[in-house]
Design a protein around this ligand. Structure first.
Ligand code: RFL
Ligand code: PHB
Length: 390
């Protein structure tokens, strides 16, 4: 089999890249290790920057977010038992974010891909990128026990943090990593969100909490938990009690509880692999970088990588110009490191670290107080939250 671009991974990066290339008349095949249902069953991000919403529209899949997304003009910080709204819209000259789940984004992209008749090989085993340092790269894989080879012009490694693409170039990669000493326990429930107009980030002496949403009838909540906790340690009742104890009394009193429909624990990590291009192999999204979810940047960074990569490939195929692909890594990493900084900073500010001393605790409290009372500090938070310009 032959295609122009072989894409490894059918997460949001791979699916969005495939769609943008298809819109430009560039043929592509996606090889995905899991089944489609498995991919759709993963509950992850929930907040889209405007850049991401625009890109979905450009890719011809904007209808879902236009109909089902909820626009947020502000966020709220809860600490010291009180609520502190940050008027993101006002502070950024009218910019907003949209609550719309990664699951829904993935669903919309999969549906568009099916409708366009584009090839996706699910449950592809032993996917291996080959010969990407020359002009004729290939990807080998197995499907239903038989061996296959996909010949192509470019390979896009969109296979997430644990994928094969970065591993294939590991001796040429510089890695930068920070692992945090806690995780997030997340619960999805069909109950109305406590705060339908703003995502709430809480810092209490019991740890971090987050109130988010997927729709006006579906909520997503998180609490910081020790890394060695197991999901089975957390009954629904224990989760709701803990969440309420970390919020101010008004919000706590208004939480509507119900049975969880998903519950999982995610570790928190900051990670960057440099560079993001190796001959004709490109890394995009979580394959190249991870941020802790506190800034809601993971999915948005994946989308901007894909924007740069699709433009670079379109330029190559239509004008035979390698300028875009030559600059891909450098252009992406500039934005990636700013999002890494912001996500690390907000994570440090909003969580309780197990070994924090009294001095560090007082400094954290002073910074929170400064943040909500200084227009300059609030503006810096707001402009990073809505996403820095491309
Ligand atoms: P994905 O979504 O991980 O998709 C990669 C795809 O590649 C497949 N794959 C392979 N396919 C073929 N061969 C192989 N050898 C393969 N190895 C892997 C995988 O099955 C998968 O389908 O990466 P992508 O597309 O770059 O998208 C990135 C986003 O998923 C990610 O940035 C965000 O979800 C990060 N993230 C969050 N971001 C937020 O902004 N807010 C959040 O609340 C949030 N929560 C999360 C998250 C990431 C999590 N992970 C990765 C553990 C919660 C979790 C649990
Ligand atoms: C979510 O809705 O899952 C979500 C929202 C904001 C974050 C992280 C996750 O910062």
């Amino acid at each position: 089999m032959r295609t122009q671009v072989a894409i490894i991974g059918a997460g949001p990066s791979g699916l969005l890249l495939g769609q943008l290339l298809h819109q430009a008349g560039i043929d592509n095949v996606i090889l995905e290790r899991q089944s489609g249902d498995y991919v759709l069953g993963r509950i992850r991000a929930g907040i889209l920057e405007q850049v991401t919403v625009d890109l979905l529209r450009e890719a011809g899949v904007g209808a879902g977010v236009a109909a089902g997304g909820t626009v947020h003009h502000s966020i709220e910080l809860v600490f010291g038992g009180a609520r502190h709204p940050i008027d993101v819209h006002g502070l950024t000259g009218g910019r907003v974010v949209t609550a719309y789940g990664q699951t829904e984004v993935t669903h919309d992209l999969m549906q568009a891909r099916r409708a366009a008749g584009l090839a996706t090989v699910y449950e592809a085993a032993d996917v291996t990128p080959l010969d990407f340092d020359g002009d004729r790269p290939r990807v080998s894989y197995r499907k239903d026990g038989s061996a296959h080879v996909l010949e192509c012009d470019f390979i896009a490694g969109c296979d997430g943090f644990h994928g094969v693409s970065r591993k294939a170039v590991k001796e040429h990669v510089s890695e930068y990593e920070k692992v945090y000493p806690f995780g997030w326990l997340g619960v999805l429930a069909d109950v109305p969100p406590v705060s339908p107009h703003a995502i709430v980030y809480g810092n209490s002496e019991r740890g971090f909490s987050l109130c988010s949403m997927r729709s006006l009838t579906r909520s997503r909540y998180y609490v910081q938990c020790p890394l060695d906790d197991k999901v089975d340690d957390w009954s629904d009742q224990r989760f709701w009690d803990e969440l309420r104890r970390r919020l101010d009394p008004d919000l706590a009193g208004r939480i509507v509880t119900g049975p969880s429909i998903e519950k999982s624990i995610a570790p928190l990590r900051s990670f960057v692999a440099e560079p993001m291009r190796f001959g004709r192999l490109f890394l995009a999204g979580d394959a190249a970088h991870i941020v802790p979810p506190t800034g809601a940047k993971g999915l948005n960074l994946a989308a901007t990588d894909v924007k740069y990569l699709s433009s670079a490939m379109i330029e190559f195929f239509s004008e035979r110009s390698p300028a875009g692909i030559d600059h891909y890594s450098q252009v992406c990493l500039k934005r990636v490191w700013k999002a890494e900084r912001f996500s690390w900073w907000l994570t440090s500010l909003m969580h309780r670290f197990p070994d924090t001393d009294g001095f560090a605790q007082k400094v954290q409290e002073a910074e929170l107080d400064y943040l909500v009372h200084s227009k300059a500090a609030s503006t810096a938070l707001a402009e990073n939250y809505v996403g820095l310009p491309l």
